[in-house]
Each structure stands twice: as C-alpha cells, then as structure tokens.
Design a protein around this ligand. Structure first.
Ligand SMILES: [Zn+2]
Ligand SMILES: [Zn+2]
Length: 194
C-alpha cells in the first residue's frame, strides 16, 4: 500500500511502527525521506541510498521529495488577487501544468486558479517560482485579516489532506479538526523558521 494512501486514508500512528524502504525493503528511521512516484501520484518511504538515487532528476518517474520549508511573505492583497474561494490551499506544478488544491473531507480537491494572478505572484516572489515540479508545493492559509505562505515538500500537503479527511466534521470542521490543522501549521511554521 502506498504511503500516499496511508496519508489520505488514516490518522498518523501515535507511535510509528518500524517502517521499511518501499524501494528496497531496508528498515528506515522515523526521519526517513520520501520519493514521489509521479505517474501514480503517490509517495514512497525511502532509505537514504534509495533517496539519493533520485535527488538530481526533475523529469523521471521517481523523484526525491526535498525536505526544505521556506516562508514566503505574500501580502493579503496578493492572496485576494488569486481569487481562491477557500482559506487553505496548496499550489502544485506538475509536468502538465499548475493546479490549486484544497484539503476537504473528500481528499485533495482541485479549484480554479487565475494563471495571470499566479504569474504575477511568482514574479514577485522567487521562492514561489523555485518550487520543484511534482515534489514541492506552495501552501497558503488565509483569513480576512492575515495570510501565511510557505514552500513545503509535497508529502506535508498529503499529511494535511489526511488530517482533514480524518477529523473534519460537519460544516465548519469542528474543534478537533481545527486544533489538528493549527498544530500542523505550527509545525510548518517552526520548520520554516518563521
Ligand atoms: Zn531503499
Ligand atoms: Zn515514510
């Protein structure tokens, strides 16, 4: 079973079991890296040697997921210019184009994106333009008063999608979903040094 399906379908285990490299079967540490299978849109746990096989390729079927988290200081006006109807969204460039997704109880759901507004945002913020296709995403969380934005590894987005699927209840998500999403963003913020 792919790790993507695990992220999407189940809660993260409280005490992680010993995990195996999904490429060669070796044991991996809890802090192991991930390799994206671009064809199947899935993420595999990888030992260090397997991970390193795929760090330099931006065109192959398998690509190592980078581990950097970078804050991006976009303005509220820039965010509003994108015309995104939800408050939490991630943008992913794939080999077939750019798409915006938001986490919903049904999983990652695509929403429409104004490509001109996006191009202006990417021109103003080199970090946004630097996200590597298929393996890095631009993650935004906004309210009417504030916006936070980060470049994150794609596995972080899948983790968020899994959290929303698991805990969202009713119309507004409920307290537990709200708390878990806040925890997720606190973790992203600290990894990004923001
Ligand atoms: Zn391996
Ligand atoms: Zn893993």
């Amino acid at each position: 079973m792919s790790a993507l399906r695990r992220f999407v379908g189940a809660a993260p285990p409280v005490a992680a079991p010993v995990e195996k490299c999904e490429m060669c079967g070796a044991d991996v540490s809890p802090e192991h890296g991930h390799v994206a299978d671009v064809e199947h849109r899935s993420i595999m746990c990888a030992c260090r040697p397997c991970y390193l096989l795929f760090t330099r390729d931006d065109s192959g079927k398998y690509r190592a997921v980078p581990d950097r988290y970078v804050p991006v200081s976009i303005t509220l006006a820039e965010w509003q210019g994108l015309g995104i109807p939800v408050s939490t969204v991630f943008f992913l460039r794939s080999d077939s184009g750019l798409a915006a997704f938001y986490p919903s109880p049904a999983g990652a759901t695509e929403c429409l994106l104004d490509l001109d507004a996006w191009a202006a945002l990417a021109a103003a913020h080199p970090t946004v333009a630097s996200a590597r296709p298929e393996v890095e995403a631009i993650l935004v969380r906004a309210s009417d008063q504030a916006v936070e934005c980060y470049l994150v590894p794609i596995d972080a987005c899948y983790q968020l999608v899994g959290t929303v699927r698991m805990y969202w209840k009713g119309f507004d998500g409920g307290q537990e979903a709200t708390d878990r999403i806040s925890e997720f963003f606190a973790d992203v913020r600290s990894r990004a040094g923001a």
